[in-house]
Design a protein around this ligand. Structure first.
Ligand code: PRP
Length: 221
């Protein structure tokens, strides 16, 4: 297990896209099977273990060294700070972090006092940067419900297709930032397992046409 490269992948949309990308690689195809309920996928020949974790737990696994590598959305990395290296933008699972709310408001951006979100840190930093004081209400899902049920004036959430907002009568008031899936690496693993990490990063980046990676692409997480 010590030699194995342990890779934590965020369950859900990221895992679905990553398993598609891995189909185009020579070494890592057909290891992950998302049709099963298994969480851990080991390939001894390739010395790799993939495991599926809740997105917000991926930086925790990688930061602690329980995983060498993680693949997770930038939204999670902005919200859950970890002492990891971010080495690659996979350019998949592209979406936007937005401030959104009911469409019946006439102005594009009404004054908001109460915000519901899964992202309290991102929301706080956003409103601090605008010197606006708001109450942040932390929810765990279906954030769009909050303004519709009178819990908040608006939401800070991710929008991918825009379908959920539209079908619930909400509109984007402001864009906060663009989001894509990123590869993060444990700091010790980056030294100790550099070769296998780079082999994996190159394989996956070739598969999405990202052109490989190198040490210069490292930024602190
Ligand atoms: C996310 C997000 C929105 C939705 C946006 O929720 O919080 O609700 O996706 O996607 P769309 O723009 O393509 O409609 P997710 O599906 O992760 O579930 P959750 O509400 O339980 O967090």
């Amino acid at each position: 297990m010590i030699k194995m490269l342990k890779i934590a992948i965020a369950k859900g949309r990221v895992a679905e896209k990553v398993s598609e990308l891995l189909l185009d690689t020579v070494d890592y195809r057909n290891i992950i099977d998302l049709s099963s309920r298994k969480l851990i996928f080991t390939n001894k020949d390739k010395e790799v273990v993939f495991f599926l974790a809740k997105p917000s737990d991926v930086p925790v696994y990688v930061g602690s060294g329980a995983a060498d590598v993680g693949i997770v959305g930038k939204d999670i990395l902005m919200e859950v700070r970890s002492q990891t290296y971010e080495i690659l933008d996979l350019k998949i699972c592209r979406c936007r972090m937005v401030l959104a709310g009911p469409s019946e408001k006439e102005q594009a951006r009404p004054i908001v006092r109460k915000i519901a979100t899964k992202y309290p840190r991102i929301s706080t930093e956003y409103f601090n940067s605008k010197s606006e004081s708001v109450e942040i209400i932390k929810l765990d899902g279906s954030i769009e419900l909050a303004p519709l049920m009178g819990l908040s004036d608006a939401i800070v959430d991710i929008v991918e297709s825009g379908k959920t907002l539209k079908e619930n009568g909400l509109i984007v008031y402001e864009n906060i930032c663009d989001i894509t899936a990123r590869m993060i690496v444990n700091r010790v693993s980056y030294k100790m397992k550099n070769k296998s990490i780079n082999t994996f990063a190159s394989a996956i980046s070739t598969s999405f046409g990202g052109g490989g990676t190198n040490a210069q692409s490292i930024v602190m997480g």
